[in-house]
Design a protein around this ligand. Structure first.
Ligand code: SF4
Ligand code: SF4
Length: 464
């Protein structure tokens, strides 16, 4: 494995060269992006440095078009599940960092079941399991037990159907065990690709090792995990550098393993208990952030993009149009936070403060008002459509042919299980409008029949 595929000098030089190049490089990149072919990091560099309003206008227009044509108006919903806040790392931006004195905890299996029950009552089918790094307090065996417990729970309305996992960089052997446990995507944010900044904000613990962290997806791939989800914490270093780092990482994985990122998350630094983020953060303003999201969208058109509740309601609305395809909803970023919220307790130590604190139901309802189709689909992972099989379908342009029916069937199920009459009517109107957009006649017929079955109680959990 090449642990040095992020070469700081190379990226800095590339940004410098791009800044000196004439406008034709940006034009050529835009022409290629318009064909939905994706862009190399070199091509993106010319757009990152451009401050020409006409270029930016085209970037937004292409990103919007890619979003519409590849992802349609579907939005996949998920929620985080924090299981442990024990951590041996000193990440400056995180309230779980080891320097913070608060009572740490990890969920017992009974507490975990309570959290999952509440998440299921919110209608979630897809979770992102989150834990700090602590070999003694949160060993891999504990994480595996959590996953097994979640998958074993069955409710009247179904079950959690996909557990994505966001835990610290680990060994090939541990990734093998995660794979065997049936995880969905393995998520790990590089936080920053700028090595000196990485060293400054990761003040202690194994995460301080830039190369170990950077090589995590290679080890995961070696262990057979072919769906990996990346991310950058925007606001630590120059965002232009971060975008190039992210794309170089993706190209490295494509070259080495034949498949790049399944998803990219785009968190921005936000306030966290016990941390003065102003001491190290270089805030990324909304306009720059929108440009970054749009550029990632056009660079990797077939990679899902995830936005969390760190962002405000308004910003989430705006970024959905530019490329975001997955949203969290009703999130708690605290260990045991869903049960505490149910008891009306105030969050005591969340990992970060959420900006969009509306309930899952109100977020989902508003998405429909805005013309979107909220989706609880987990079909690819359950049908073995992962890694290169998923990418082949995505790049063929035929993924929408399965995403749309699945979105409609899962929305129907959600509306029957969790909605009141008004919500059900709204969902029915969305389903009626969208079902005609299923191009394949046979799939359309099956979807119509399955929606009827769900409504009449004649079956559930259908997917194609
Ligand atoms: Fe620990 Fe993760 Fe927070 Fe770093 S970001 S302190 S590794 S929980
Ligand atoms: Fe995601 Fe696959 Fe479902 Fe489409 S069909 S929403 S890609 S899981």
């Amino acid at each position: 494995m090449n642990q040095h595929f992020i070469d700081r000098k190379y990226i800095e030089n590339l940004l410098g060269e791009a800044g000196r190049a004439d406008a034709s490089a940006a034009d050529r990149a835009l022409e290629k992006a318009e064909r939905f072919e994706g862009l190399s990091h070199r091509e993106v560099a010319s757009l990152l440095v451009s401050d020409d309003p006409a270029v930016l206008k085209r970037v937004f227009a292409i990103a919007g078009e890619i979003k519409r044509r590849i992802y349609g108006n579907r939005v996949v919903m998920f929620a985080p599940l924090y299981v442990s806040n024990h951590c041996v790392n000193g990440c400056a931006y995180c309230s779980f960092n080891l320097g913070h004195g608060f009572e740490r905890r990890r969920l017992t299996m009974d507490e975990l079941r309570e959290e999952v029950r509440i998440l299921e009552q919110m209608g979630h089918k897809r979770l992102a399991l989150e834990a700090g790094e602590h070999e003694r307090e949160c060993p891999i065996d504990y994480v595996l037990e959590c996953i097994e417990t979640v998958y074993a729970m069955k409710f009247e309305n179904g079950e959690i159907r996909r557990v994505n996992v966001n835990i610290a960089a680990t060994t090939v052997e541990n990734y093998r065990r995660l794979k065997a446990a049936g995880i969905g995507t393995y998520i790990l944010f590089q936080e920053t690709y700028h090595e000196p900044t990485y060293g400054l904000v990761h003040r202690a613990g194994p995460k301080k090792d830039f190369a170990w962290h950077l090589g995590a997806f290679d080890r995961a791939q070696e262990a057979g995990i072919d769906d990996v989800g990346a991310g950058v914490l925007f606001g630590l270093a120059d965002p232009r550098f971060e975008v190039l780092g992210l794309l170089i990482h993706n190209e490295h994985l494509e070259k080495t393993h034949g498949v790049g990122f399944h998803t990219i998350s785009v968190p921005r630094v936000c306030p966290a208990t016990g941390t003065d983020v102003s001491a190290f953060a270089k805030p990324v303003d909304d306009a720059t952030f929108a440009k970054i999201v749009a550029l990632i969208r056009i660079a990797v058109p077939y990679t899902g993009m995830i936005l969390s509740t760190r962002e405000s309601h308004e910003m989430r609305k705006k970024l959905l149009r530019l490329g975001i395809s997955q949203l969290s909803a009703g999130s708690s970023t605290e260990v045991g936070g869903y049960a505490e919220r149910k008891r009306a307790a105030v969050a005591t130590h969340p990992q970060f403060l959420v900006n969009d604190d509306r309930s899952a139901l109100s977020i989902i309802s508003e998405l429909m008002d805005d013309g979107y189709v909220p989706s609880f689909c987990t079909a690819c992972y359950r049908s073995g459509r992962t890694g290169d099989r998923f990418m082949a379908l995505a790049k063929s342009g035929r993924i929408g042919g399965v995403c749309l029916p699945n979105a409609l069937m899962t929305l129907c199920e959600y509306s029957m299980d969790y909605g009141d009459e008004a919500f059900r009517e709204k969902a029915a109107a969305v389903i009626e409008r969208e079902i005609t957009n299923i191009a394949d006649e046979k799939t359309r017929g099956r979807t119509i029949a399955n929606v009827e079955k769900i409504r009449s109680g004649g079956g559930r959990d259908f997917y194609v």
